[in-house]
Design a protein around this ligand. Structure first.
Ligand SMILES: Cn1cc(-c2ccnc(-n3ncc4cc(C(C)(C)C)cc(F)c4c3=O)c2CO)cc(Nc2ccncn2)c1=O
Length: 272
């Protein structure tokens, strides 16, 4: 019995949550009571057989700050990917919608960053690379729980506009020099993206580098230009962000080290 195979008859599909990279995603109920999100994979968007193989590994990645993959319905087409449901949707939309209340609450913003860092430190420990970490790919649940979503899925996207660094959908603004030049992904390229994600959090969802075109960002990043300190961000927090943007991957801290630094900063700031 394949543990990661879900019987579609045990699923009840409810309202649409949005349409992501691979097609429509709907809220659902699994076995009558478990809240789930169901991705219904549009044909031709993903290398399905490779993904189904990888799903066996992904279901084993379990952490409070990772959106849990419950399993797949792979016996018919389109295939369904069934995950944990997060009621407040993407972190990017959440930041933009709650900007007023969030600007005065640095403690909460820092806590969100620490939660994501914990999820990423778990992936790092398991030598698992996200490849598209950004606020749009994190989700918010009840009680300000934040989780990393869609980790590792980038490997199965068939759209070259997304996969090639020259493509229109490639996440240039979250990519370090070694990814821009050689598409060399690693946990340290995830760390660079995490620094940009921290910047997104402390600007309540602004677009990094504003209206600069991707080509201009590539040039500036390679020259060592980095994102400026968000107005409402403590200097100690910005100092951590900057470490994520070291030109050389080996000089960037690991997520394990980042988590310790952020917790220390939080303790010092929130005591005062
Ligand atoms: C689990 N989950 C997923 C989603 C949801 C909905 C639509 N598209 C997506 N997305 N978004 C982004 C995305 C990105 C990728 C990359 C390979 C990394 C490029 C691959 C995906 F497959 C998705 C996807 O499916 C999601 C994210 O997987 C929304 C939820 N929740 C809510 C709640 C309220 N309103 C809206 N959504 C939720 O709980």
């Amino acid at each position: 019995h394949d543990k990661w195979e879900i019987d579609p008859q045990e699923l009840m599909l409810l309202e649409e949550l949005g349409s992501g990279q691979f097609g429509v995603v709907r809220r659902g109920k699994w076995r009558g009571s478990i809240d789930v999100a169901v991705k219904m994979m549009k044909e031709g968007t993903m290398s399905e057989d490779d993904f189904i193989e990888e799903a066996k590994v992904m279901t084993k990645l379990q952490h409070t700050n990772l959106v849990q993959l419950y399993g797949v319905c792979s016996k018919n087409r389109p295939i369904f990917i069934v995950t944990e449901y997060m009621r407040h949707g993407s972190l990017l939309n959440y930041l933009r919608r709650h900007e007023q209340s969030l600007t005065s609450n640095q403690g909460l913003l820092l806590d969100m960053c620490i939660q994501i860092c914990k999820g990423m430190a778990y992936l790092e420990r398991h030598n698992y690379i996200h490849r598209d970490l950004a606020a749009r790919n994190c989700l918010v649940g009840s009680e300000n729980i934040v989780k990393v979503a869609d980790f590792g899925l980038a490997r199965y996207v068939l759209d070259d506009q997304y996969t090639s660094s020259g493509g229109s959908k490639f996440p240039i603004k979250w990519a370090p020099p070694e990814v821009l030049n050689y598409t060399r992904f690693s946990s340290k390229s995830d760390v660079w993206a995490y620094g940009v994600l921290m910047w997104e959090v402390f600007t309540c969802g602004k677009m990094p580098y504003g209206r600069l075109k991707n080509t201009e960002v590539v040039e500036k990043v390679q020259k060592g230009l980095i994102l400026e300190k968000p107005k409402m961000c403590y200097k100690e927090v910005y100092d951590v962000m900057r470490k994520c943007w070291s030109q050389l991957p080996e000089t960037r801290p690991s997520f394990r080290v980042l988590k310790e630094q952020l917790v220390t900063v939080a303790q010092r700031l929130l005591v005062d």
